[in-house]
Design a protein around this ligand. Structure first.
Ligand SMILES: [Mg+2]
Length: 303
């Protein structure tokens, strides 16, 4: 008996699919070709903004839903799922689920926490696109896109003792996350909230969905614990992360080289796995949606 499996791959960008320094994904091209061949959904799940993700989706020729600003928002392209999705927000061509707190509120909280703790910080709101470009090795275009923020303020701690600052952020009901190079202040949102909601949509439509999560940093911890197959791409943080993510596999290589190895292994493994199990791609899956699941999907975000 065949058990058809639909794989959904959910991936962080910086330090995972993208090289942590050059932002290149050249070494991941073989795996990207393979998942395109199988039409496997590749969901970008990142601290980047909506406009930055749209830039990378265009470069990657990606048409799938995406998660921005550390779980602040889940964007699902209109007509992506073969039934209507009723989201709290309709924006442009997306159904949008907003989990994050408004950006101005986060900036004000960071300023107050820095003042109270005496710990000096520098946030993206204090920098021009040109300054961000130089400081964080981005092109000027990427820096402009990175400044268009909705739910998350990246910041750098200039002093050495950051404990009082982080505690002051928490006292104000916000969270802080450590990405590869920067800290982030966010609301109660996490990438995991968006991943859980999106997985729910896939599972409403297809009986057997297996989620693969790929990340490299502490801000990936939540969503890697929410997927079926968590994979850590080698980074300075992964030694500790591996101990707190159940069943996590660790790649030998960093960045896109590690990502490539992991995805080739998972996709080829799923094709050949015992059972026998077969990959079910989204295009084929559409034809097999049970009649009773063709009704609109209704879900609400946190707000
Ligand atoms: Mg990362």
């Amino acid at each position: 008996m065949y058990v058809k499996v639909m794989l959904v791959i959910i991936t962080d960008l910086d330090g995972t699919l993208l090289d942590p320094r050059s932002y290149s994904y050249d070494e991941a091209r073989p795996a990207l070709e393979l998942i395109r061949e199988f039409d496997i959904p590749l969901v970008l799940c990142t601290s980047k903004t909506r406009t930055e993700v749209e830039y990378w989706r265009a470069r990657l020729e990606n048409r799938h839903p995406f998660i921005v600003e550390n779980g602040g928002g889940l964007y699902i392209p209109r007509d992506y799922f073969p039934c209507e999705i009723h989201a709290p927000v309709d924006r442009d061509d997306y159904a949008v689920f907003e989990f994050g707190d408004p950006y101005p509120e986060l900036v004000e909280t960071l300023r107050a926490a820095s003042s109270e703790s005496g710990c000096e910080v520098i946030g993206f709101h204090q920098l021009s696109a040109a300054e961000i470009s130089v400081r964080y090795d981005m092109t000027i275009t990427e820096a402009r896109l990175a400044k268009q923020r909705e739910f998350d303020e990246p910041f750098e701690i200039l002093g050495s003792a950051c404990g009082p600052l982080l505690a002051a952020i928490e006292r104000r009901g916000k969270r802080w996350l450590k990405g590869g190079r920067l800290y982030h202040i966010v609301g109660v949102n996490d990438k995991a909230h968006c991943v859980n909601l999106l997985t729910h949509f896939y599972r409403r439509l297809f009986n057997d969905v297996a989620t693969v999560g790929i990340g490299d940093g502490p801000n990936d911890l939540g969503f890697l614990n929410a997927v079926d197959f968590p994979i850590l791409v080698q980074s300075p943080a992964t030694g500790r992360l591996k101990t707190v993510i159940k069943g996590a596999r660790l790649t030998n290589a960093e960045g896109p080289e590690g990502w490539n190895q992991a995805v080739l292994s998972v996709v080829n493994g799923a094709e050949q796995a015992a059972g026998p199990r077969r990959l079910l791609c989204l295009a084929r899956g559409r034809e097999q949606i049970p009649e009773h699941h063709r009704a609109p999907l209704i879900a609400k975000g946190r707000k």
